[in-house]
Write a protein that binds this ligand. Structure first.
Ligand SMILES: NC(=O)c1ccc[n+]([C@@H]2O[C@H](COP(=O)([O-])OP(=O)(O)OC[C@H]3O[C@@H](n4cnc5c(N)ncnc54)[C@H](O)[C@@H]3O)[C@@H](O)[C@H]2O)c1
Length: 450
């Protein structure tokens, strides 16, 4: 099949690479000259694990403009960042749709891989893309695992005009049948058999994407609430959450307490899902609480650090990416934390295995090793769950630091190991700053409340 992919970011570049590997003729359009030059020189500007190597094995034509005339299928994978009002900014989608509508042949299938509000595909179908067939085909890959997720997805969701279904099924046929996929990658979910391919209306497919991200974000917020409550009542959060995860109806993923969720998808997708409800006069209570809890979680963690440190003190910040395995810092809680700490008059020396620079207005120093970032620090703060930080030599770090505080915002360090290295340890819920309330709760429990 002749396939044109619009946008060479995480979703576009991965889709292009995977489909090229499976034998389609792929053109990938990228309007950002810096990104385009990187792809053309064989460098992966996203530093997504395995992508650069895979790309060198396949034939993807990266271009600044496409004429779309030969394309049987066109994948739209442009950005849909959060707009000022919390709703997605669809400017890139509208531009791409206008370009495609003006040049693509009638009947070509346009797959919307970008995450767009409910109703967008139908609107484009009756507008600029009225001669094409518009299918909502949301992407579920995880940055850091993107290549594997694209070759071995949990499900493929698509919806649109019935006569587009066969084209979509053909496009993903080898992935669905798990045929001819790279042997050096394998599904990490252990599943075999055909990948579930669910065909539905475009509206349902659009909502299915937001529903999945909204639920995952809510699960993280719930886990953080449990961890905070565990601290307040003197329970062991990891024991409580670990036992919850053993229930197959709950599952063990997304239960690790942290300083809050972020990234290029959860914040904007939860806000967009809330806006979808608001637009219909529906008050999505659970989701709104999850969003609010997330903001409170980060503020609480920052406040716990600020309480322990005098103005002018230095923090060694380990982690800048929004999660491990990626260089992506969009809506990163680590970056948001750095801003709060700077605002509180603290100095920040940071290190991240994948992030070498930050926005110019963020006045932190980015070092090239964890040791440099922690040198003479008054407190060490872990903000991204990189395995490197979980395995860090705490004794060596403690010998470098001036202070003995370790704030583990990602629950990657065993408190006992921190104590053995001479650190005073605080998890994502901070120290027992609620010790007064805790004492009250314990007194209540003992029936000795004053
Ligand atoms: N990143 C993820 O993990 C992920 C996962 C699932 C879904 N999504 C969704 O997929 C979409 C893309 O996400 P991303 O992270 O890949 O975004 P991204 O910002 O990394 O990439 C989008 C790319 O499209 C390019 N572009 C925009 N308009 C263009 C045009 N008219 N012609 C050519 N190129 C154009 C941009 O320059 C950019 O490089 C978003 O809607 C996002 O919510 C992202």
């Amino acid at each position: 099949m002749n396939v044109t992919v619009v946008g060479a970011g995480y979703v576009g570049a991965i889709s292009a690479t995977v489909l090229a590997y499976l034998g389609d003729r792929i053109t990938c359009v990228e309007s950002d000259p810096v990104r385009l030059a990187a792809w053309r020189s064989g460098t992966d500007p996203l530093r997504e694990p395995g992508l650069g190597d895979m790309l060198r094995r396949v034939d993807v034509r990266f271009v600044p403009h496409a004429d779309f005339a030969d394309a049987d299928a066109i994948l739209v994978a442009v950005g849909t960042p959060m707009g000022r009002d919390g709703r997605p900014d669809l400017e890139q989608v509208e531009t791409a749709a206008a370009q495609i509508g003006a040049r693509a042949r009638p009947g070509a299938v346009v797959l919307m891989r970008s995450t767009v509000p409910v109703g967008t595909c139908d609107r484009l179908q009756s507008g600029p893309l009225h001669e094409q067939r518009v299918v909502s085909n949301p992407e579920f890959l995880r940055e850091g695992h993107a290549l594997r997720d694209a070759f071995f997805p949990d499900r493929i969701i698509a919806g649109g005009p019935a006569d587009a279904r066969a084209t979509v099924a053909e496009l993903y046929g080898r992935i669905i049948d798990r045929y001819g996929l790279p042997r050096d990658l394998s599904a990490d979910n252990g599943s075999s058999g055909p990948v579930p391919f669910r065909w539905m209306s475009a509206t349902s497919a659009e909502l299915a994407k937001y529903a999945a991200n909204g639920f995952l974000a809510t699960k993280l917020s719930f886990a953080n609430e449990i961890a905070n409550l565990a601290q307040a009542v003197g329970a062991d959060a990891s024991a409580v959450l670990g036992s919850m995860g053993l229930d197959p109806r709950i599952g063990s993923q997304f239960l690790r307490p942290g300083l809050g969720w972020g990234g290029s998808c959860f914040p904007k997708d939860t806000r967009a899902l809330q806006a979808i409800g608001d637009g219909m006069g529906y008050d999505f209570l659970v989701l709104k609480a999850a969003i609010e809890q997330n903001a409170r979680q980060l503020r609480g963690f920052a406040a716990a650090i600020e309480r322990e440190l005098p103005q002018g003190a230095t923090v060694g910040l380990l982690g800048l990416a929004f999660k491990a395995g990626t260089a992506d810092t969009r809506e990163s809680p680590a970056i948001a934390l750095a801003r709060l700490l700077l605002r509180a008059g603290l100095a920040v020396n940071a290190y991240d295995p994948a992030v070498r620079e930050v926005a110019g207005d963020l006045k932190i120093r980015v070092h090239s090793t964890a040791a440099e970032a922690c040198d003479a620090a008054d407190a060490v703060v872990i903000a991204t769950e990189w395995p490197e930080f979980a395995a860090i030599d705490l004794g060596a770090v403690r010998r470098l630091t001036r202070g003995d505080l370790l704030f583990d915002g990602r629950s990657v360090i065993a408190p006992a190991a921190a104590a053995a290295a001479g650190f005073r340890y605080a998890g994502p819920a901070g120290f027992s700053e609620r010790s007064i309330e805790m004492t009250a709760v314990q007194r209540l429990r003992l029936g000795t409340a004053a």
